[in-house]
Design a protein around this ligand. Structure first.
Ligand SMILES: [Zn+2]
Length: 92
C-alpha cells in the first residue's frame, strides 16, 4: 500500500532571500504587498542578518521621517540613496 507524502505544500514554505533580494523587496514588504512566504522570508532574514536589520531600521525611519509621504510613494531618490548606502557598506 502506497502512502502519499505530497503534503509538502502544507509545510510552512519560507522564501530564502539573499541580501540584495531583500533590499529589493523591502518596499513591497512595508506595503504589505508580498505574499505570505515572501513576507515570512523577509522577516526571517531581518531577524538573523544584522546588516539588513540595520538597513531596515534606517529604511523605515526614513519613510517615517518623510511624514506626509505615503509609503508607496517613497521618492525614487530616497530609495536609491538608501540602496547605494547599503551596497557600499556591504562592499569589501
Ligand atoms: Zn541580509
Amino acid at each position: 500500500m502506497k502512502r502519499f507524502i505530497s503534503q509538502t505544500r502544507a509545510v510552512n514554505v519560507v522564501k530564502r532571500f539573499t541580501c540584495d533580494e531583500l533590499v529589493e523587496s523591502l518596499t513591497a514588504y512595508l506595503e504589505g504587498a508580498l505574499d505570505q512566504p515572501a513576507h515570512e522570508g523577509v522577516r526571517a532574514h531581518l531577524a538573523c542578518c544584522e546588516g539588513c536589520g540595520r538597513y531596515f531600521e534606517q529604511f523605515s525611519a526614513t519613510i517615517g521621517a518623510l511624514g506626509d509621504q505615503p509609503q508607496e510613494k517613497l521618492p525614487a531618490g530616497v530609495r536609491d540613496r538608501l540602496m547605494s548606502a547599503f551596497r557600499e557598506r556591504h562592499r569589501p
